[in-house]
Design a binder for this molecule. Structure first.
Ligand code: FMN
Length: 196
């Protein structure tokens, strides 16, 4: 079975349009018995950003090579996935801070990346990462878009070769019904699902 890690950062949960897009994609691949999907809902996780003792503990554990500590579970789970899907809405030119906190917890030298005299190199197993989002404004080709670009760079850092993203743009502009915009994004997602 191919292990797919689905990371849900749709803060508005059942009200989230991003989650509708993500669930449509998951339904398409769930029907295919080759995928085993593991869901990680970030809103339900006790995620902490680095401050004081929580930061110091990390430095100490890494220094002692204690990578089996429970706080590194997100890092191991991400490192070992064959494929990764991230769903998060577009917030403040990127994505909710909760996803950044999660990524901060993922970056552990010795698990998700390594370092030698040539610099850093990714050690994640996944061959691809798909990012699904919805955006209030139309950010296609905008220099203000920092979410997909950041995640694409993180894929390079983690050693994940292929990055794709699908964005439903203009959800809050009132120019077109959000359902119609979502339907187009879902169509694009179904094209990607064929050879995921
Ligand atoms: C806190 C917050 C920040 C947002 N920031 C932006 C933004 O910078 N640019 C934009 O185009 N839309 C922004 N939006 C609108 C959302 O991107 C849009 O409504 C999106 O579809 C929400 O996704 P959801 O339905 O999955 O929650 C923001 C919405 C919220 C709640």
């Amino acid at each position: 079975m191919i292990k797919v890690l689905y990371i849900d950062c749709c803060i508005r949960r059942e009200l989230s349009r991003t989650r509708i897009l993500a669930e449509s994609f998951l339904k398409l691949i769930e029907n295919n018995n080759v995928y085993k999907i593991e869901k990680l809902c970030l809103m339900d996780e006790p995620l902490h950003y680095f401050v004081d003792g929580f930061f110091e503990q990390r430095e100490r554990l890494i220094g002692e090579g204690r990578f089996d500590h429970p706080r590194f579970r997100y890092s191991h789970q991400f490192q070992g996935a064959d494929k990764i899907i991230i769903a998060a809405p577009f917030w403040d030119l990127s994505f909710p801070a909760l996803l950044k906190v999660y990524i901060e917890n993922l970056c552990v030298e010795g698990i998700t990346f390594g370092c030698d005299e040539t610099g850093t190199f990714g050690t994640c197993r996944a061959d691809r990462l798909l990012y699904l989002t919805t955006r209030g404004d139309d950010l296609s080709d905008s220099p203000l878009e920092m979410g997909a670009r950041y995640l694409e760079a993180m894929c390079v850092f983690f050693g994940i070769k292929r990055f794709d993203y699908i964005a439903a743009d203009g959800m809050d502009l009132g120019l077109e019904a959000p359902q119609a915009i979502l339907a187009r994004a879902i169509q694009k997602a179904s094209d990607l699902a064929v050879n995921f």
